[in-house]
Design a protein around this ligand. Structure first.
Ligand SMILES: *Cc1c(COP(=O)(O)O)cnc(C)c1O
Length: 405
């Protein structure tokens, strides 16, 4: 086989469909969030306003986060120096795990190198090591959950996205004696919709199933202390496993699960993706801890973010630009065509200094291509006006339809 030709032709296929991924080369500017310097292929640079960051609250540049990281870097140096088991457990990891357990009112938490690894490792371990376990997975679950479930080789049942009756039916069809694990998310990343958590938990409890909740797009953002949708609704104690990331609203990096001491100790003791990987640098753990602590007591960032989300939605409505209605901080502006979506994103960047990555298939279904906009507390009203005007001009240029105002 000619490997090079094969790689090239596969990539050509992606390019023809408008699905080839091109990364914007950015240098984020500390203190000027959401501004970044963007380098083009010729190495020329320009200033852009980032409108699609998952550093939802700008905590990646917050003095509380940075000061903690600087101190830990000076005290401990760069890396952790090993896996958690072999010399890599730093005191900062221990403090962070205590902070996470407290955030979710669970007795224990386990830190992993990313949210992806947390889902992959925890779901693989639970579903493969609980004898006979069957998994019930929401159809819109994130790739990291899908891969973890697949790797466990446990029987998997898909239930219709956020459809409690379908979940109930699927659980009822299964053998009552079989251990069951229900995996789902609170805030879904691409549509920004929120699961009916209470009803899902009712159904899980009715069937004696464990609940595994990915709160990656909710931690730091919802609940009085940033404990996510489960905290906001006062339901955290009924969720078996809460999973989250330190890389989005907390602005740093890392992932975790929070649950009972026995469950966490079980994953710690059996999960290959935890045991055999170098621990996160102590400075990251210190920064994440400070960020969580800040958002536990400060509501200002969440308030300002919500205000900006409302403002953007109002201004889009005023000119009839279609966006998906949801109750979260994620504003999906619907284009519905892969090539136009990419074209609009390119022109926003080239002509307006606005960076929004196009979201195309396979991340979202074909025909629902979109610009996924995430207003932060640090965008100004002028930033919003500039974005909406730019979108309005490009909408006209692409002959895209508008809602009747
Ligand atoms: C981003 C994401 C993850 C992975 O978290 P990382 O910390 O970025 O690896 C997991 N679940 C969902 C729903 C996500 O969007």
């Amino acid at each position: 086989m000619n490997f090079e030709d094969y790689f090239k032709s596969e990539l050509e296929g992606l390019k023809e469909g408008g699905n080839y991924r091109i990364f914007a080369d950015l240098e984020r500017q500390k203190g000027k969030f959401p501004t970044a310097t963007r380098y083009d292929v010729d190495g020329k640079s320009s200033e852009v306003t980032v409108w699609c960051s998952n550093d939802y609250l700008g905590m990646g540049q917050h003095p509380a986060t940075l000061d903690a990281m600087k101190i830990a870097l000076e005290r401990c140096g760069a890396g952790a120096g090993g896996t958690r088991n072999i010399s890599g457990t730093n005191h900062y990891h221990v403090l962070l795990e205590k902070e996470l357990a407290d955030l979710h009112a669970k007795s224990s938490a386990l830190l992993l190198t990313s949210g992806y690894v947390a889902n992959w490792a925890a779901l693989t371990t639970l579903a493969s090591r609980i004898p006979g376990c069957e998994v019930f997975s929401d159809t819109d679950n994130h790739a990291s959950m899908i891969e973890g479930i697949r790797h466990s080789k446990a029987p998997k049942h898909l239930w219709k996205h956020n459809d409690v009756e379908d979940l109930d039916r699927k659980l009822s069809d299964a053998d009552p004696a079989v251990p069951k694990l229900v995996a789902f998310e609170s805030v879904y990343s691409m549509d920004g919709d929120i699961c009916p958590l209470g009803e899902i938990l009712d159904v899980c409890e009715k069937h004696g199933a464990m609940s595994y909740l990915d709160e990656v797009h909710a931690v730091g953002l919802y609940g009085p202390r940033g404990g996510g949708i489960s905290e906001q609704l006062g339901l955290a104690d009924r969720v078996t496993v809460i999973q989250g990331t330190l890389g989005k609203a907390f602005g740093v990096m890392g992932g975790y699960i929070a649950a009972s001491s026995n469950l966490v100790d079980f994953v710690r003791s059996f999960a290959s993706g935890f045991i055999f990987s170098t621990a996160l640098p102590p400075a990251l753990a210190a920064g994440a801890t400070a960020s969580i602590q800040h958002l536990k007591v400060s509501d200002m960032e969440r308030m300002r973010q919500r205000k900006n989300v409302r403002l953007l939605r109002q201004k889009l409505d005023a000119i009839g630009l279609p966006h998906m209605d949801n109750e979260s901080h994620i504003v999906p502006v619907m284009v519905g065509d892969a090539k136009k979506c990419k074209f609009i994103s390119d022109l926003l960047l080239e002509n307006y200094g606005v960076y929004v990555q196009p979201i195309n298939y396979p991340t979202v279904p074909e025909g629902t291509e979109r610009l996924r906009i995430t207003p932060s507390p640090l965008h100004s009203e002028e930033d919003i006006d500039h974005l909406v005007n730019a979108l309005s001009e490009l909408w006209a240029q692409c002959a895209l339809s508008r809602a009747v105002a």
